[in-house]
Design a protein around this ligand. Structure first.
Ligand code: ADP
Length: 493
C-alpha cells in the first residue's frame, strides 16, 4: 500500500531520479476515456461536459509534469490534444470545426507551457535533492574511510568531537588503556584525569593535554605522563594533542596521539644503570693501573731503560684514554638521567684557558697551542665542567688536524657573555654535518668509511654542559680547511 502511494505520489518521487514515459501516456488515456464515458453516457449539459474535459486535462498535465518532469507534461498534453481532435471530429459539425481546432491548438499550447514550467521546476528540485544526497553520501563515505584508517592505525588515537561533545577512539587506544570511551563527555574527561598522574598525583581536568589544546586551540606536546590503568598496571605515555579547524577557522575537533613508552623507558633505565655501574667499576682498577704504571715508568728511567720507558709511557697514554672513555660514558648516562650536577662559582676564564693550554703544550710537543687575547674575564660557571669542555675541544682540534698544525684558543666578551673559540687547521667538517656533530654517539666517517678513535660523546657532553650554563656552542668550518668551535657562558654578576 505504502509502495503504491509512493509510486503515485509526486511529492514522494522528488529526488527519485527516474521519470516514466508510459505512465503519462497510459494514465492520460485512461482518465480521458473515463471523462469521455461520463460526457457521453450521462445526462450532463454540453457546457458541464466541456468544463469537466478542460479541468481534467489541466489536472493531467499538472500531475504528470510534476510526477515525470517536462517529458511527462508534454506527453500528457499530446494525448489531450489527440482527445480534443477526436471530440471535434465526432461531435462538432462542419462550419464550427475550424474554430474548434483553433481552440484545441490554443489550449494544447497552454498545457505545454504549464507542463514545461512545472516539469522544469520538478527537474530542478530533483537535481538539487540528488546533489545533496550525493554530497551526503560522499561525506559518509569519507567518514567511514577515515574511521577505518583510524581503526587500523598502529598508534592509539583519541578524538574529541567539539560539536557533538563526545570522545571517539580507535582499537589501539582501547587495547592500550583497556577502556571504552564515548559516553558522556564530562565523565570521560573526569575518568582520564583520574587515571593520568604527574609526580604521583592525579591531574586536574583542566591540566589534561586534550583540554589544554581544546581551550588554547593550539598544539600541545606533553613529555611523559604516567597512566594508571583500571587493572593497576602503570604505563608511561607520551601524549600530544592538535586542534583541527574547518574552512572557517572554527575548531571542529582535537586529536590526541598517545604513544606507550613504558618499555622504552624501562630499557633506557636498565641501560643507564648498566653504563653507570660499568663505568664506576672500571674507574677504580684504571686509577690503580695508572698509579702502578707511573711507578714502573719512574723505575725504568732510574735504570735508564729507554725502550721500556717508551713502552710504559705508551701504556700510560692508553690507560688515560680508557679513563677518559669511562668518565665520558658516566657523564653521558648522568646527562640522560638528569643527574649531572653543577657547582657554579666565580673564576677568571683566561686563567683556566692558560691552565688547560699549558697542560696540552706540556704533553703535545707536536702541536703549536697558541692562547690569544686572554684578557681577564670573570665568569660564573662550573669551573671543572668548563675545563672539561675546553679539554674536549682542544683534544678534538689535535685529533682532527696534522702534526705541527697550529691550534688557537681565544676568549672575549660579547653581548653580556664570554665567548671562547678553539680554532684548528685540520680536516674540517662538511656543511650538512656541522649540527650533527653535537649529537650523542655521532661520528663522521672519512672517505674510506673509517672513523678516528673515539665514542662520539665529547661534543654531546660539551653541548649539554654549555646548555646547562644557558650558553651556546656551535662550529664554523670548511671541509679541508679547519674548524673553529665556539661557546659562550654567562659573565659573573
Ligand atoms: P669523538 O670521540 O668521535 O671525537 P666528538 O663528540 O668529540 O666525538 O666529535 C664528534 C665528531 O665530530 C667526530 O667524530 C668528528 O667526526 C667530528 N669533529 C669533532 N671535532 C672536530 C674537529 N675539530 N675537526 C673536524 N671534525 C671534528
Amino acid at each position: 500500500m505504502n509502495e503504491a502511494l509512493a509510486f503515485f505520489n509526486p511529492m514522494r518521487r522528488l529526488g527519485f531520479g527516474k521519470n516514466s514515459i508510459f505512465l503519462p501516456i497510459l494514465g492520460s488515456i485512461l482518465v480521458l476515456t473515463l471523462v469521455e464515458l461520463i460526457a457521453t453516457h450521462t445526462q450532463i449539459s454540453p457546457n458541464s461536459a466541456s468544463a469537466i474535459i478542460i479541468s481534467s486535462s489541466i489536472l493531467l498535465v499538472v500531475y504528470f509534469s510534476f510526477r515525470d518532469g517536462i517529458r511527462g507534461g508534454i506527453l500528457s498534453a499530446g494525448i489531450v490534444f489527440l482527445y480534443y481532435t477526436y471530440v471535434i471530429f465526432t461531435r462538432v459539425k462542419m462550419p464550427q470545426r475550424e474554430a474548434g481546432i483553433q481552440s484545441a491548438i490554443f489550449l494544447t499550447g497552454m498545457y505545454i507551457a504549464i507542463g514545461l514550467i512545472i516539469g522544469w521546476l520538478k527537474q530542478s528540485i530533483d537535481q538539487l535533492i540528488l546533489k545533496e544526497k550525493n554530497a551526503r553520501l560522499l561525506v559518509e563515505e569519507e567518514r567511514l574511510r577515515l574511521k577505518n584508517i583510524l581503526e587500523h592505525l598502529p598508534i592509539a588515537i583519541r578524538i574529541v568531537d567539539v560539536k557533538e561533545k563526545k570522545i571517539e577512539w580507535n582499537k589501539k587506544l582501547e587495547e592500550l588503556l583497556k577502556k571504552k570511551f564515548g559516553g558522556n563527555f564530562e565523565s570521560d574527561v573526569r575518568y582520564i584525569a583520574e587515571h593520568e598522574l604527574r609526580n604521583g598525583h592525579t591531574l586536574n581536568v583542566n591540566d589534561l593535554i586534550l583540554m589544554k589544546s581544546l581551550k588554547s586551540k593550539k598544539k600541545i606536546n606533553a613529555s611523559e605522563i604516567e597512566y594508571l590503568r583500571d587493572d593497576k598496571k602503570k604505563l608511561l605515555l607520551k601524549i600530544n594533542a592538535s586542534p583541527i579547524f574547518n574552512k572557517n577557522r572554527q575548531l571542529t575537533s582535537v586529536v590526541s596521539v598517545l604513544s606507550d613508552v613504558t618499555l622504552e623507558r624501562e630499557m633506557q633505565e636498565r641501560k643507564n644503570t648498566f653504563i653507570n655501574m660499568a663505568s664506576h667499576e672500571l674507574r677504580t682498577p684504571l686509577t690503580s693501573m695508572k698509579l702502578y704504571l707511573n711507578l714502573l715508568f719512574k723505575r725504568s728511567q732510574e735504570i735508564n731503560n729507554n725502550s721500556l720507558s717508551t713502552l710504559i709511557s705508551n701504556l700510560i697514554l692508553q690507560t688515560e684514554r680508557l679513563q677518559q672513555l669511562a668518565s665520558d660514558l658516566l657523564d653521558a648516562s648522568r646527562i640522560q638521567t638528569g643527574k649531572l650536577h653543577f657547582e657554579k662559582q666565580e673564576f677568571l676564564l683566561n686563567e683556566l684557558i692558560f691552565e688547560v693550554g699549558s697542560l696540552f703544550e706540556e704533553v703535545r710537543h707536536d702541536k703549536k697551542i697558541i692562547v690569544k687575547n686572554a684578557k681577564p674575564i670573570l665568569v660564573n660557571a662550573d669551573r671543572f665542567r668548563i675545563y672539561q669542555v675546553l679539554t674536549n675541544l682542544i683534544t678534538n682540534a689535535i685529533k682532527y688536524s696534522d702534526k705541527g698544525d697550529k691550534i688557537i684558543i681565544q676568549s672575549k666578551r660579547i653581548d653580556g657573555a664570554a665567548e671562547v673559540s678553539v680554532k684548528d687547521f685540520g680536516i674540517g667538517i662538511e656543511e650538512g654535518k656541522k649540527n650533527k656533530v653535537f649529537d650523542r654517539l655521532y661520528q663522521i666517517k672519512d672517505g674510506h668509511d673509517r672513523t678516528y678513535p673515539g665514542l662520539g660523546m665529547g661534543l654531546f657532553i660539551s653541548k649539554e654542559i654549555i646548555k646547562k650554563h644557558k650558553g651556546k656552542i656551535w662550529v664554523e668550518s670548511q671541509k679541508g680547511k679547519g674548524s673553529t668551535f665556539r661557546f659562550t657562558i654567562p659573565l659573573s654578576g
